[in-house]
Design a protein around this ligand. Sequence first.
Ligand code: BES
Ligand code: ZN
Ligand code: ZN
Length: 499
Amino acid sequence: MDMTVINQALKDVACDVVIVGAPRAEKGQESRELVRFPFAQELDQILDGLITSMYARGEFKGNVGETAQIYSMGKLAARLVIVVGLGSAEKLQNHMFRRASGVATRLAQSKGAGLVVLALGENSVEGLQAVVEGALLGTYRFQKYQTAQDTTRKTEKIQFLSKSAEDKGAQEALKRGTVMAEAANFARDLVNEQPAVLTPGELARRAADMAQQTGMEYTILERPQMEELGMGGLLAVAKGSAEPPRCIILRYQGAPGERAVALVGKGITFDAGGLSLKTAAGMETMKGDMGGGAAVIGAMQIIASLKPAINVLGLVPTTENMPDGASYRPGDILRLMNGKTIEIVNTDAEGRLALADALSYAVKEGCSPIVDIATLTGGCHIALGGRRAGLFCNNDQVSSELMKAGESAGELFWPMPLDEEYGENIESQIADVRQTGGRYGGAINAAKILEHFIGNADWAHLDIAGMEFAEGKQHYMQNGATGFGARALAEFVLRRAKK
Ligand code: BES
Ligand code: ZN
Ligand code: ZN
C-alpha cells in the first residue's frame, strides 16, 4: 500500500473516494458540532448543506462506523464521498478513529476505489497512527484460495489529509501505524492459513523468514534439542502427530546486558483434542489455536522494525494435538522442563503443557516480566464473550501497563483472579500437579497450572480464546482472523522501553 500524508483543500483533492469523519450530533447541535470538524464543515458547504440536512432528518447520526455515501456529481474532484461517524465529539478516542477509518476504507475498497483520501480531521500523532492502522486493517483480505478472483480493484493508494502533514510527528505516525498494522495482518495470514499448510515446521519457517528480514536473531529447536532440555510437555503433545514439533525462539536485542522481557505464545497449529477428541463442531476453528503464537511473532516483527531500547525474547512452542496410537494418554504422568510432574486427565488441555515448557525456558533465560498469550480455554471465551481477553497477573504494575497498552491498541483485556484457593482444584494424588481442575473456573484453573512454571518472575497470562477470529464484521475486522494481541503486546514493550 502506498501511503502519504498531505495537506490540501478538500475540494481540490483528486481521488476515487474521499472519506470524511463527522461526530455524533446531539439534538439541535448539528451545525455547531460540525464547525469543530473542519473537513466535515467544508464538505457541508461544498454540498450546499447536505450533511446538516442528513443530520436534521436523522438519516445520519454519526455513530462510530456509521456511513453515508454521497456521489459528488462534479461538485468536487472525488467521484464519491463517504461520511463516516466518529461517535461522541466529547469522547473521541483513538480506537474510534481506528474503527471509523477501517469501516470506511473497506467500504471504499468494495466500491473499487484505487486511490482513497481519508480526512478524519484528527491531527494528534496517536490519532493519525490509529487512522493509518484502521485503513490497513480494514482493507486486509485473505484471498489465496479463492480461484474465482474478486474483480473489484484493491485499494492501492491512500492519502491522509492532515493540517500538520509537514510535521515530523505525522511521518512518525505514518510509520508506526504501518508497521503495527502490517504485522497484525501478517499474524492474520498465519491464523487464516489452512492447517494442512501451516504445520509447526511451516510456522517456524515463516517466523524465521520474518526474523531474517528484520535482522533479528532466531533459533528453531527440533526434537533432539527439546529432549535435551527436558521439554516433556511439548514433546508429549506432539507424540500423536505426524508433523514434528518446533520451538521458535526469536531474540531482539536493543539494550545489551539488561534483563529481557519474554513473550510466549501458544502455537498449536491444529487442536483435534488428541485422544480426548473434540466434537466436530468443537474442531471447526481449531486451526486458530496458534493465535497466541501468531500474536507473539507479529509483536516481534513490530519490535524488530521499530527498534526500542529493550531486550525481548519471543517464544512459540508449536505442535499439532492429534489422536493416534502413539498419542499421550489420560493417566500419563509427564515430567516438564522445570522438573515438576503433571498428571494428565484430558489430552485436550494441551496448551498449558506446551506453554509450561516455554515458560520454564524463559525463566531459565532470566526473563522478567514474562507475558504469555494463548487460546487456552473455552471457559474464558464464555466468561468474557469474545469482546475482551482474560488477563491473569501476579504484578499490579505489569497488569496496569498491559491494560493501558490494550486500550491504546483497541485490543481489550479484563482482569481475572489467581487466588490461592483455586490451587486446590489442581492438587494431584499421584503427581506434583493435576492437569485440569474441573469445569468450574476452567480458565482460572489453567492459569493456576501455568503459575507452577514461572519461577520468581513477574508474569501475566492472556487467555485470548475466542478473540482469534471475528464473527461477522467487527469494525476494521472482517470475518476471519483478527491477529489479536500482536499490536497490544508490541505497545506494552515499546512503552516499557521509554522509561
Ligand atoms: N484450544 C482449546 C481452547 C479453545 C476453545 C480455544 C474454544 C478457542 C475456542 C484448548 O486446548 C482446550 O481444548 N481447552 C479445554 C480444556 C479442558 C479440557 C480442561 C477447554 O477449554 O474446554
Ligand atoms: Zn485442546
Ligand atoms: Zn488448544
